[in-house]
Design a protein around this ligand. Structure first.
Ligand code: C2E
Ligand code: SIN
Ligand code: SIN
Ligand code: FE
Ligand code: FE
Length: 405
């Protein structure tokens, strides 16, 4: 027996090795920080997307109510954060009451009883990746000697987040490549996938309170929505591109895209050694269950109601809406109001009514998203490069890839 066996080492951060979400890891780190600095009442992390200049809360850990659910803004319009970005240095506000600016953000923090903050910009390869926020309900607590420890925690948080984003980007890139090599002209590439992703986020945001979805879940739905039909790469061309109604036999083959999607995703997750990652089950559920119906009449499993994972119910609504409003080789495009009326009808048996309501509440955003991500004229499959986006709304609706870059 070696002597080292007597040594009872307890890894303080062991929890971070586990398969759980960013929110769970953040909550754990918050507990660790509280043992050291009991005045830290909230930790938040926001990610920055340079292409669209948008900043979004990704996760937070707060004792009590969350003052900033689903917070999103443009960095250049968030005055004090923009200042931090320009200076490239963290900022201490030891009393939020003393700030003269009447920024929405500080007002909301104050309204929830926060009095002071420490904000740290995070970088990777010299590029801003986001901010970590520490907030306290007490004023004058972020003293000089407390900051180095918090800087280290912030760095750890930003590394955890960037690993997660890197994984999403790896998967996304691999799936795109698989699709482009599969040889058939998939109607579900390009602009369709971006619209899908944004419609899905509108829905996820709209139901977040009712269904208790975290910011991270909302973002994950946005990231993974474009992968819902990856199983279609396994469907023969003559069925995929048939210009008319499918026969029963052909539709049976078509239906296999759902379980095939999960298989492909599982293979990919395995190849990248990501099968233990927190996102694995969500992507799989989206691919396999986005054609399940609330009354159990869908495929592949005939799941009912709440047994259908919420991420799949969200994707189903976004997918049907975009399918209806797009031209397909088997159908013309419908008008938005016709499509929304059809969705309402379908919410009686097929689609989740809460998700349908959430989409219907955003007709203006729907139109903005459609204008921004328009279908290109027919191109050959090898030509599906990056899409040209030229519209003032690009800041609001970046592409999925931009947001993980
Ligand atoms: P997709 O084109 O992305 O359509 C997704 C879903 O939107 C469909 O799932 C369906 O629920 C809804 N949808 C699309 N077009 C219409 C429509 O004109 N009317 C109504 N009421 N709903 C519509 P579904 O039926 O399980 O089909 C899955 C996929 O199978 C479709 O994805 C498409 O790729 C293919 N597909 C379905 N029907 C046909 C067809 O008649 N001809 C061809 N070539 N492909 C078809
Ligand atoms: C946050 O604290 O999560 C929002 C970002 C800000 O400080 O404006
Ligand atoms: C949002 O829900 O974050 C804004 C709408 C969108 O970008 O899809
Ligand atoms: Fe599908
Ligand atoms: Fe689809």
């Amino acid at each position: 027996m070696s002597k080292s066996c007597d040594f009872q080492h307890h890894d303080l951060l062991n929890e971070l090795n586990k398969k759980n979400s960013i929110s769970d890891k953040l909550a754990f780190l918050h507990r660790v920080v509280l043992q050291h600095d009991s005045f830290i009442h909230r930790i938040g992390v926001a990610v920055y997307d340079p292409r669209s200049d948008s900043l979004k809360t990704l996760a937070h850990s707060t004792d009590g109510s969350n003052p900033l659910p689903h917070y999103q803004c443009r960095l250049s319009e968030a005055k004090s954060l923009y200042r931090i970005f320009l200076d490239g240095r963290p900022r201490v506000v030891n009393d939020l009451l003393s700030l003269d600016g009447n920024r929405e953000h500080s007002r909301r923090l104050l309204a929830h009883g926060f009095r002071s903050s420490y904000t740290i910009p995070t970088y990777q390869n010299d590029k801003l990746t986001g901010f970590v926020f520490f907030n306290s309900r007490q004023p004058e607590v972020f003293l000089e000697d407390k900051l180095p420890y918090l800087d280290m925690i912030a760095r750890l948080i930003s590394l955890l987040v960037s690993v997660e984003l890197q994984q999403v980007q790896t998967l996304y890139g691999a799936l795109k490549m698989a699709t482009s090599f599969s040889g058939h002209k998939d109607p579900e590439t390009g602009a369709h996938l971006d619209r899908m992703a944004h419609f899905s986020r509108l829905i996820a945001n709209g139901i977040a309170t009712d269904y208790e979805l975290s910011d991270e879940t909302v973002e994950a739905v946005f990231w993974f929505a474009p992968m819902h039909d990856v199983g279609k790469i396994a469907i023969p061309d003559h069925i995929m591109r048939k210009p008319g109604q499918l026969t029963d036999e052909e539709f049976e083959v078509m239906k296999s895209h759902a379980p095939r999607g999960r298989e492909i995703i599982n293979t990919m997750l395995g190849n990248f050694n990501l099968d233990q990652s927190g996102m694995a089950s969500m992507i799989g559920n989206i691919a396999e269950f986005h054609h399940e119906n609330m009354d159990g009449s869908g495929y592949p499993k005939g799941l009912k109601g709440e047994d259908i994972p919420v991420e799949a119910r969200i994707i189903a609504v976004a997918d049907v809406f975009d399918a209806l409003t797009s031209k397909r080789c088997y159908k013309p495009a419908w008008q938005n109001d016709e499509a929304l009326a059809a969705l309402k009808e379908m919410s009686r048996w097929k689609l989740d009514p809460t998700c349908v309501k959430a989409l219907c509440a955003h007709v203006d955003e729907i139109a903005e998203i459609q204008e921004l991500f328009q279908d290109e004229p027919e191109t050959c499959p090898m030509e599906t490069g990056p899409r040209k986006i030229s519209n003032a709304n690009v800041h609001k609706y970046g592409t999925v890839l931009d947001s993980v870059k």
